[in-house]
Every structure is written in structure tokens, then in C-alpha cells.
Ligand binder design. Structure first.
Ligand code: URA
Length: 246
């Protein structure tokens, strides 16, 4: 049978579903196993050109089993709409697949435990562009502790697993909900997404380096442990420091 974009998409979807079934049984982080109602694997188009990576499920996501369905998710939908896209076209995942208790920040060891799921998702979906939402995803995939305020809006090509990925860090939607000026910045950064998608996927390494996000990324997170909030930040953050935005 000839391999068409459709057959490839169906095969990827089946592999992602198998991966999601495996992830649903993951018990690597005892505290998260306690705090979660379910594993929030990720959702969307298995053959998406655009993938978003957020931080961790909040209460709504934990309840529904789908990433970005709370207030941050509604804003993400709006931002997508503003650039003429819909959620069904993209793939959405998080650094952590389980909701941390009290929506606390992900811990470096949890990020390390969870990173192979994200790496597999990136490899299976093979998006042309990966937009990291906020500090946690950005630090993990850049393998560097530079804060989002310094690197947002600057696309770059980084190695993730066996692939080279075009990465585009932007503020987390929670940061925009919390602080209005961030919304304008986020809007401006989103406006560049269609142009970046037109560039297509970056050239891939032959045989490729194998750098798991967890190798350097989890260490990058360990350097200050501050991230922006998920749903907790949207609802209850009291200061910018708590959001870890800058
Ligand atoms: N914040 C995140 O980072 N991910 C979600 O899925 C929801 C809120």
C-alpha cells in the first residue's frame, strides 16, 4: 500500500493512542499518582504541523483528561482563532502529564521522569514548529535555564531526541491572564506563528544526535524551580514572582 499523508496520519494516531495507554499506567512519581485523577496525555491532530507544550494539567484538565480546557485553554483557543487556526489542527501537550498537588510547580525529578513521554510525542507528531508556553516547557526543551522573559518571541532550532525542532518560546497564557500587558506581547508573538509555519521543519540530522529533553532540561529547571502557574496561577497568584515570569 502506498504511504500517503492520510495513511501516515492514521498510523501516527494509532501509535500515539498506544503511547497514551502506556502513559496512563505510569507510576514513576508517587506524589503525582496520588494527586491525579487521571493522566492527561495530550490531545489534537497526530499529524499537526504545530505543537504546543505547556506546563502541567490544572484542576479542569485533571477532571476532563484534556490539556488546556480551563481559563488558560480558553485564551489559547482565542489566540489560535486570531491567527486563523483551530485547536483540532494542532497538538497540545504538557511537560508533566499529571496534575501536581495544589497546582505546585513541577519538580525536577518529575520533569525528568516525564520527559520521555514528551520526547516520544514530539517524535511521533513531528511538528514543523513547537511553541513552548512559559518557563517550564521552554527551559526543558532549550536545555537552558534562561527565563521566558529573555527568550520569548525568538525562534531557534534545537535538538530534541533524534530530531531537530524549530522552537518558539512564548509566555504561558496564564501569565497573560494574570497581567494584561503580557497579553499584548503574547498576541504579537502568536501573530508570527503562521510565518514560522511557512518555513517548514528544520533540516534533520542524518542519524541524528540523541539528546533527551530530560538530560539537560530537567537540570535547567533544577536551577531555580520557579515557573509560571497553571490554573492555580490564573486563579490565585499574588505576585509576579509566584508566576516566575521574568
Ligand atoms: N496550564 C498548563 O500548562 N497546561 C494545561 O493543560 C493547563 C494549564
Amino acid at each position: 500500500m502506498p504511504v500517503t499523508p492520510q495513511t501516515r496520519a492514521v498510523a501516527r494516531q494509532a501509535e500515539l493512542e498506544e503511547l497514551a495507554r502506556e502513559a496512563a499506567r505510569c507510576e514513576l512519581c508517587p506524589q503525582l499518582v496520588e494527586s491525579r485523577s487521571q493522566v492527561v496525555f495530550g490531545s489534537g491532530n497526530a499529524a499537526a504541523e504545530l505543537m504546543f507544550v505547556g506546563e502541567a494539567p490544572g484542576a479542569s484538565e485533571d477532571r476532563e483528561g484534556v490539556p488546556f480546557v480551563g481559563a488558560s485553554g480558553k485564551l489559547l483557543d482565542t489566540l489560535l482563532d486570531e491567527i486563523g487556526m483551530v485547536r483540532e489542527e494542532v497538538f497540545i501537550a504538557n511537560v508533566l502529564k499529571c496534575r501536581p498537588p495544589e497546582n505546585r510547580d513541577p519538580r525536577p525529578e518529575e520533569v525528568g521522569n516525564c520527559s520521555s513521554w514528551l520526547e516520544s510525542q514530539l517524535e511521533l507528531v513531528s511538528p514543523a514548529l513547537v511553541v513552548t508556553l512559559g518557563n517550564f516547557a521552554t527551559r526543558l526543551l532549550r536545555g537552558d535555564s534562561a527565563p521566558i522573559g529573555k527568550v520569548r518571541g525568538r525562534p531557534e532550532v534545537v535538538p530534541v531526541g533524534r530530531r531537530s525542532v524549530r522552537l518558539y518560546p512564548v509566555f504561558h497564557p496564564a501569565a497573560a491572564l494574570y497581567r494584561r500587558p503580557n497579553l499584548e506581547v503574547l498576541r504579537e508573538d502568536f501573530a508570527r506563528i503562521p510565518g514560522l509555519l511557512e518555513l517548514g521543519a528544520p533540516e534533520q540530522p542524518a542519524g541524528g544526535p540523541r539528546i533527551a529533553p530530560g538530560d539537560s532540561g530537567a537540570a535547567a529547571l533544577a536551577s531555580d524551580g520557579e515557573g509560571e502557574a497553571g490554573e492555580a496561577g490564573e486563579a490565585g497568584a499574588e505576585g509576579e514572582d509566584q508566576l516566575g515570569l521574568f
